[in-house]
Structure formats: structure tokens, C-alpha cells
Design a protein around this ligand. Structure first.
Ligand code: A2P
Length: 274
């Protein structure tokens, strides 16, 4: 009952997913199983989170077909470069205990390293080899997107960026839309920081919903896929119950007033880790 969206390569992706940062392996195993039973089908992990093995075990422990789930993982910074990307992908696949990955992302551009074009060429090859269905990037700025597209002629299916009502990312969304790239939103609740906002509270009251549901629905109506994380089953469940109501133009305008261009995570232009 979660809607599917089409990617630019023809594959389909669930309209909301479960984020696994910063769960460790045992926590991820339990949480992923819980999330599956709540109805989540899109799962987001990364080599850098150190929990791929727990995510893989959790996925295997639930009776669901491989093609009914959508698994994303990411290439970490220290593995960037053509050959090292190939090796890192194999290691991720092994930890996840899978024969293919639905979506593989370059985690951060790390412009100081200047290896993201080589890494992107490796992802293009992995896709050609049928080892990954869709390929994309994370935390890429428009200039980084242009460079990898110019170098390979291949447009990423996804750019996963920090996005929430206090960091609405309108310009990035516009660029992605023009290029045919789907936006995924990490920290769609601003790491919890936007939940207490009184504007969000008023909109939530109007709809008899929770602030988290309003913030996640806002991401959906902005055209992006939210990847909320919660370790609590009741919240996990509430967080996907956002496809049976709609925010009005007035609600969306009210929510637009909270955008303080306020990042909670690292700046992709200067980030040298991850
Ligand atoms: P918890 O795991 O204790 O539920 P983001 O996805 O923006 O990074 O935010 C994640 C944070 O928001 C986590 O600390 C999570 O805490 C909290 N959170 C997730 N869903 C909800 C919810 N429905 N209500 C309140 N807090 C939530």
C-alpha cells in the first residue's frame, strides 16, 4: 500500500523508506524486521554506517520476496576510485548477503579527493554488469552532478540529500527535476529538531496527525522520498501512514515559512569525511 515512483532508468522505488543510521548491527537487524512488519519496503544503509550485515540479516529473517524489497547502500569515502569501488561493492553485497543491490550511491562527493568521477564510472560498469539495478549519488551539489553526467553520459537515478522543512532545498529540487533525478531526503525530521516547531504543530492539529507525519507528508508533496529513522515500532508505523491525507496549498505555504536554510549535517562542498 506504499505508492511506487518511477526512476529515470525504468525501475520503481517506494515513495518512503526506512533509514538505518546510526543503528549498530544487532539494532539494525531488529529494527529492519520491525520495519518490514510495519510495511516498509525501501531500506537505506551505507558501508559507513557499519550495519549492512545487520540490515541483511534482518531482511532475510522476514518472509518477503527479494523483488518486493528495495535495498540501497552507499560507497564510503575511503573506497572512492575505480578499482576500490569495485572491491567495496563486492564487500557490501557480501555483508548484505544479496546477489544484487537495488540502488548503489556514492555517499559524499568529497571534492577535495577528486575521485568521484572515477567512482561514478565504476558504478556505471556495475550497472552494465547487472550487479546493481539503479545507480545514484548522495550529497552531490549541482556542479558535481554536471561533472559526472558530462564525463559518462549517464545521469544518476537518485540524489539523496539532507532535506526537511527547515532546509527545504528548493534549488536542488529544481535542478534534479530538470535532469530527471529523483530526490531522496535524509533526516526528513531534521534529526527531530523540526518536530517542536509551532507552525508544524498547527498544521498537524488541522489534520489530526502528528508533527512527524506532517513533516514526512511535506517531503512527499515536495516531490521527494523521505527516509525517516526511528528505533520505536509505534513511530515507525505512524511515519508511513502518510498516504491517506493531503496537505492543502495553505498548509504548504505555512510550512514554507519555516525554511531557515538550516543544515543539521555536513556541507557537501567542504566535507572531507564519510
Ligand atoms: P527515535 O529513534 O527515538 O524514534 P531524522 O530521520 O530526521 O534523522 O530524525 C530521526 C530522529 O527523529 C530520531 O532521533 C528519532 O528518534 C526521531 N523520530 C523519528 N520518528 C519520530 C516520530 N514519529 N516522533 C518523534 N520522534 C521521531
Amino acid at each position: 500500500n506504499i505508492p511506487l515512483l518511477s526512476l529515470n532508468d525504468g525501475y520503481k522505488i517506494p515513495a518512503i523508506g526506512y533509514g538505518t543510521y546510526p543503528l549498530d548491527n544487532p539494532q539494525a537487524e531488529t529494527a529492519v524486521r520491525e520495519a518490514l512488519s510495519c510495511g516498509y519496503r525501501l531500506f537505506d544503509t551505507a558501508a559507513n554506517y557499519g550495519n549492512e550485515s545487520g540490515v541483511g540479516t534482518g531482511l532475510l529473517s522476514f518472509d518477503v520476496g527479494r523483488t518486493d524489497i528495495f535495498v540501497t547502500t552507499k560507497l564510503r569515502g575511503r573506497d572512492q576510485g575505480y578499482d576500490s569501488t569495485m572491491r567495496a561493492f563486492d564487500a557490501s553485497l557480501q555483508r548484505l548477503k544479496m546477489s544484487y543491490i537495488d540502488l548503489y550511491l556514492i555517499h559524499w562527493p568529497l571534492p577535495m579527493k577528486d575521485l568521484y568521477v572515477e567512482s561514478w564510472k565504476a558504478l556505471v560498469q556495475l550497472q552494465k554488469d547487472g550487479r546493481v539495478r539503479s545507480i545514484g549519488v548522495s550529497n552531490f551539489l549541482p556542479e558535481h552532478l554536471t561533472r559526472i553526467i558530462d564525463a559518462t553520459g549517464v545521469t544518476p537515478a537518485v540524489n539523496q540529500i539532507e532535506m526537511h522543512a527547515d532546509f527545504a532545498q528548493r534549488e536542488a529540487l529544481e535542478v534534479h527535476k530538470k535532469l530527471g533525478i529523483l530526490t531522496e531526503a535524509w533526516s526528513p525530521l531534521g534529526r527531530g529538531s523540526v518536530l517542536e516547531n509551532p507552525v508544524v504543530g498547527r498544521v498537524a492539529q488541522r489534520h489530526n496527525r502528528t508533527p512527524a507525519q506532517v513533516l514526512l507528508r511535506w517531503v512527499v508533496q515536495m516531490g521527494a522520498v523521505p527516509l525517516p529513522k526511528s528505533a520505536h515500532p509505534a513511530r515507525m508505523k505512524a511515519n508511513i501512514e502518510i498516504f491517506d491525507f493531503e496537505l492543502s496549498e495553505t498548509d504548504m505555504n505555512d510550512l514554507a515559512t519555516i525554511d531557515g536554510n538550516h543544515r543539521t549535517g555536513a556541507d557537501p562542498a567542504t566535507c572531507t569525511e564519510e
